[in-house]
Design a protein around this ligand. Structure first.
Ligand code: A5A
Ligand code: ZN
Length: 476
């Protein structure tokens, strides 16, 4: 896999591939809004069904709330409004009539879901309450919009919301959500760090936020999921109370967590190359493309064999596509490589004579003749290997992009040269943390949520003893 364009001109590569690999139509005439194309939508749906499966298996129930939130409800939690006010689209009219109460297009759904939670939660037996929905949300983003990455209409917003009787249970729910998201990204072979965001970058209305960040080939990080411990902040303003075992009334403790179509962008970032997408077999809309190689001079007809190979693979539940268009095989290779189909099967008259086919891996380009007998088993094994190799390769380069730095100068040098993530010591004072981010032209992602590193040394900003270490990066 050649990765020159992919890494050096990632932005161009991304904009090109999103369109030419049939993920999205980007010419819709409203800024920040895009159209899912059939191929992209299949990819999105496969990834989403993995996520929904994880949620359902861990006791979350799917719900579907309205898009519109009355201003009166939206404005109850002070921090939440402060965080989102500048990003809200308002509906002010119904036809010719001005509305008495403006309606917000949800930028996220705490303020529509929790008023209903307050009607549903009565006693401790109603807890924990764990729901999720997959919806569109609207955010008037002012930074540069980008398909899949920074949308004004996020079309694939999977948000989960929970309520618990105790702070400990909410804390445990944060852990469960982190574990679930790890499983989800692992399934897709997307590498990540998990950080506890610093106070100045916490979700509006949360006690604290935990975020997953991956790395784009241009060296900038992308936040691909977040888990928030909301404490009792929303419970207090939306009156979410339950009757405990001894008849007293207490506010619930809450968490919420979300993932968007950035997960699809992350797949492109983790596994792409100069030829286009390279999709993990688990989510690839087409796992195998069959390309017949007919020779006019040959007396062997390959049509029958090609069809029987297709049937055999389909019977083994592999997603197969037979490309029998009347164009040159080379054009077909190029076409399907761009779209990231993990494995290509070529069948020509010589192969038919030898009772074999050629299989070609998208990720390595490696070509191999394999017997027709037992082909379904062979390709299943090859797909498993691709899955595993993609994950390992992505993690390897990701790990190599995290480096320790002792001073601002050193960190600056690293980020300017390679991008990536630097680990720095920090005294824990917000002004130092914010300065560290600013000086490096990036942001503090936060303390690592798991396997915190031992800390011995000085804060590079104020030279006082460090209390912790943080990850810093240039971010999307
Ligand atoms: N209610 C909670 C879950 C919430 O809204 N959290 S969040 O604001 O952090 O969003 C969840 C995730 O959605 C983010 O981690 C990010 O990956 C994604 N996201 C947020 N804004 C986005 C945007 N404008 N375009 C694409 N993805 C976005
Ligand atoms: Zn300091």
């Amino acid at each position: 896999m050649k990765r020159e364009q992919w890494s050096k001109n990632f932005s161009e590569w991304f904009n090109d591939i999103v369109g030419t690999a049939d993920i999205m139509e980007t010419r819709y005439p409203v800024k920040g809004l895009y159209v899912w194309l059939p191929y992209g939508l299949k990819l999105r749906n496969s990834a989403l069904s993995i996520l929904m499966g994880l949620l359902e298996r861990s006791g979350h129930q799917e719900v579907l709330f309205p898009l519109l939130i009355p201003e009166t409800l939206f404005k109850k939690e002070a921090d939440h409004i402060r965080g989102f006010e500048g990003q809200v689209y308002w509906v002010t009219h119904g036809g010719h009539d001005k509305l008495d109460v403006r309606l917000a297009l949800r930028p996220t759904s705490e303020t529509s879901i929790y008023p209903m939670f307050s009607l549903w939660i009565r006693a401790h037996t109603d807890l924990p309450l764990k729901v999720f929905q997959v919806v569109n949300i609207f955010r008037y983003e002012t930074k540069m919009t980008k398909p899949l990455i920074r949308l004004r209409e996020v079309t694939t917003f999977k948000e989960a919301h929970t309520a618990h009787a105790t702070a400990d249970e909410a804390e445990a729910q944060v852990q469960e959500a982190v574990k679930m998201y790890k499983e989800f990204f692992d399934e897709l072979g997307i590498p990540y760090t998990i950080s506890k965001r610093p106070p100045w970058d916490t979700f509006a209305g949360a006690d604290y936020s935990v975020a997953f960040d991956t790395l784009a080939p241009d060296g900038k990080t992308l936040q691909i999921g977040t888990v928030h411990n909301l404490g009792q902040n929303f419970a207090k303003v939306y009156n979410l109370k339950y009757e405990n075992k001894v008849g007293g009334h207490e506010h619930v403790y809450q968490t919420c967590y979300g993932i968007s179509e950035r997960a699809i962008a992350a797949i492109m970032m983790a596994h792409g190359d100069d030829s286009g997408l390279c999709l993990p077999p688990k989510v690839a809309p087409i796992q195998i493309v069959i390309v017949p190689i007919p020779y006019k001079e040959s007396d062997v007809s390959i049509d029958e064999i090609v069809k029987s190979v297709k049937n055999e693979l389909e019977a083994a539940c592999v997603k197969v596509h037979l490309d029998d268009r009347d164009i040159r095989p080379g054009s077909k290779y190029y076409y399907w490589e761009r779209r990231g189909v993990p494995l290509r099967v070529e069948i020509g008259p010589e192969d038919v004579k030898k009772k074999q086919v050629m299989i070609v891996r998208r990720d390595t380009g490696k070509k191999q003749a394999v017997p027709m007998k037992g082909l379904a088993k062979t390709v299943e094994k090859a797909l498993d290997e691709i899955e595993k190799d993609l994950r390992e390769r992505a993690w390897k380069s990701f790990r190599e992009s995290i480096k320790d730095a002792g001073s601002i100068e050193e960190a600056k040098g690293l980020l300017e040269k390679h991008g990536g993530i630097v680990r720095m010591l920090w005294c824990g004072v917000a002004t130092c943390g914010e300065k560290m981010g600013d000086d490096l032209g990036g942001s503090v992602l936060g303390e690592e949520f798991e396997d915190a590193k031992p800390v011995l040394g000085k804060c590079p900003v104020c030279s006082k003893n460090a209390k912790t270490s943080v990850l810093v990066a240039k971010t999307y």
